[in-house]
Design a binder for this molecule. Structure first.
Ligand SMILES: [Fe+2]
Length: 203
């Protein structure tokens, strides 16, 4: 019974945070749902455990929750960001970590929230982590996040075709992304594109 109550509290907390994300920006909600599903899809092809897949699922949903703390004027700006504005945007992983740190039930997804903008070559943010220093699940979310950013409509960029997005990801293998995960992702794109399309249609 106690376990059931805990599970309910967990699900209710997730629902509550989801409403907060959606109220802030409906685009972020659709994007987050897709990132969550792409991440789980990649995770399945990497033979991750059910527990890890679940962390990927919830981590994907909340990877950008820190954007709640960034002003709309910057988030929805159509032109190029100033250096100052870009610095503010780059703060969203830390803001997200701070929000989720208030509850122990989210501790497993914090590495994804905090490190999804690290780059494999160590030039990402916020911690300049390099290669395998970057939490494994965050390296997966990073590819899913970039793929969705390229293939969905955003105010400041046009949509890339699947072929363009594919070659962008491939081009950045080893610099931005973990080459081993890129290899698996390209296979998923080449042989299981129907599943990707299902996810794109759903949200
Ligand atoms: Fe992000």
């Amino acid at each position: 019974m106690e376990k059931l109550n805990k599970d309910n509290a967990y699900l209710e907390s997730i629902e509550t945070l989801l409403y907060a994300v959606e109220a802030k920006d409906s685009y972020t909600r659709g994007h987050s749902d897709r990132v969550s599903e792409y991440s789980v899809l990649i995770g399945k092809y990497l033979s991750l455990s059910e527990e890890e897949l679940n962390i990927l699922r919830i981590g994907g949903i909340f990877h950008d929750i820190g954007k709640i703390g960034i002003s709309d004027q910057i988030l929805k700006k159509k032109g190029k960001l100033t250096d100052e504005e870009y610095l503010e945007i780059k703060n969203h992983p830390n803001i997200g970590k701070n929000i989720l740190s208030n509850s122990t039930i989210f501790k497993d997804i914090i590495p994804i929230v905090l490190h999804h903008h690290e780059r494999f070559d160590g030039t990402g943010y916020p911690s300049n982590l390099k290669g395998e220093e970057i939490p494994y699940l965050a390296r997966i979310t990073s590819i899913a996040d970039s793929f969705d950013a390229m293939t969905s409509n955003r105010p400041y960029r046009t949509v890339l075709s699947l072929e363009q997005a594919r070659s962008e990801i491939e081009k950045n293998s080893g610099t931005q992304f973990d080459p081993k995960i890129v290899k698996v992702f390209l296979e998923v794109l080449d042989y299981h594109y129907d599943e990707i399309q299902e996810i794109q249609k759903k949200y």
